[in-house]
Design a protein around this ligand. Structure first.
Ligand code: FNR
Length: 364
């Protein structure tokens, strides 16, 4: 498939499917149970319809937005996903370059194959946020917060919808080995002498990470960094309120892309409730199933300040490294800009709740 032939995220996904070995495609595509929530994330956008406004001057559209005090050129950022090395030899270094080329932010995952310092060095001008794990040893957490601050990361993301990591609860036998060398330098100072995925490696992970984390851990992080803190994986308005009470700066409405508990709602469906509960006291974001510029527009209309993408990043990376990541962001930007023009929005602030109606409006 030539570069120019790819005009949609679906095209990039097809190219990634052709390029990725089966084990990598399977790992990236995995959903929990039978994938009800994964499917619902995708389908939910179709349940919302747009009521465009016409005859406005939309000759120039400005897609920029300010998130956690930083200006992004587009309201689409790269969410944390694990093990980019399966998609490309340069792994997270390439992803960071792709995001920086579009002047948007990347959340570096703790399950990355490059250290947070290496990623900062690869894309020094990039906007960097760090997703930190909860560890049993608070000194380890303190050290990581300091490293992140020192390396120019400007926000800390805490994932709260994973009380136990897949390696702790997965009853399937681990793969004997992966055909590419892997390391997890943000988790281990010294890599364990075992194959990634082996029972012994899982035991080393279990020895350091805290499962499950609680509100007390969130409070500790809040008190031990000067960076803004974002909770990722909130679906409950009550949890969102509790987060705000604890001084959390951002809420990322997420169901982990349908990879954790199945049968939970599509994120776009719970977004309005959470926006109401937060009442402007923190920023609210969304991820899950964002595949088109129109999806982005709908999420913003329903109150998200920006959205994050998971699998599309990995597809772009598999398709063509840093350029592939840039390409998926460009596709979403072009689609969003066109959707803004067609709905009468010249800037992000013009994207108002009145732009969207739920299909139940028609009695469907
Ligand atoms: C993820 N996601 C994720 N989230 C997180 O908080 N920590 C993590 O380590 C990972 N790892 C991870 C690996 C892979 C392969 C995928 C696909 C996803 C979830 C991710 O941040 C995000 O919530 C979803 O991917 C968003 O849904 P879409 O865009 O993939 O539909």
């Amino acid at each position: 498939m030539s570069m120019t032939a790819l005009t949609s995220i679906a095209d990039v996904a097809k190219s990634a499917r052709e390029k990725l070995p089966d084990y990598a495609w399977a790992y990236y595509s995995r959903t929990s149970a039978d994938g009800q929530t994964y499917q619902d994330n995708l389908e939910a956008y179709r349940r919302y319809r747009l009521i465009p406004r016409n005859l406005r001057d939309v000759s120039i559209r400005d897609t920029s937005v300010t998130v956690l005090g930083t200006r992004l050129d587009i309201p689409v950022a790269i969410g944390p996903t694990a093990i980019h090395r399966f998609a490309h030899p340069d792994a997270e270094l390439a992803t960071a370059k792709g995001a920086a080329a579009m002047n948007t932010a990347m959340v570096l995952g703790s399950w990355a194959n490059h250290s947070l310092e290496e990623v900062a060095e690869a894309a020094p001008s990039g906007i960097r946020w760090f997703y930190m794990l909860f560890y049993k040893d608070r000194r380890r957490m303190k050290r990581q917060l300091e490293r992140a601050e020192h390396a120019g990361y400007t926000a800390i993301f805490l994932t709260v919808d994973q009380p136990f990591f897949p390696f702790s609860v997965d009853k399937r036998p681990p793969p004997a080995s992966y055909p590419v060398p892997l390391r997890l330098p943000n988790i281990f100072d010294v890599e364990p002498p075992h194959t990634v995925g082996s029972t012994e490696y899982r035991a080393c992970l279990s020895a350091v990470v805290k499962e499950p984390a609680t509100w007390e851990d969130v409070e500790w992080v809040r008190e031990n960094t000067r960076l803004p803190v974002v909770l990722k994986g909130v679906l409950s308005a009550e949890d969102a309120r509790m987060a705000v009470e604890r001084g959390v700066n951002g809420i990322l409405v997420s169901n982990h892309g349908g990879r954790e508990q199945d049968g939970v709602p599509a994120t776009i469906d719970v977004l309005p409730d959470i926006v109401r509960a937060v009442g402007g006291k923190a920023e609210v974001y969304l991820d899950g199933g964002v595949r088109t510029g129109t999806d982005v527009l709908k999420a913003l209309a329903l109150g998200a300040r920006c959205v994050f993408i998971g699998r599309p990043t990995l597809w772009g990376l598999a398709h063509n490294g840093a350029e592939g990541v840039q390409q998926i962001l460009q596709i979403l930007t072009d689609e969003l800009s066109l959707a803004m023009a067609r709905t009468g929005c010249a800037k992000i602030a013009d994207i108002q709740p009145s732009l969207v109606v739920h299909q139940s409006y028609y009695g469907i």
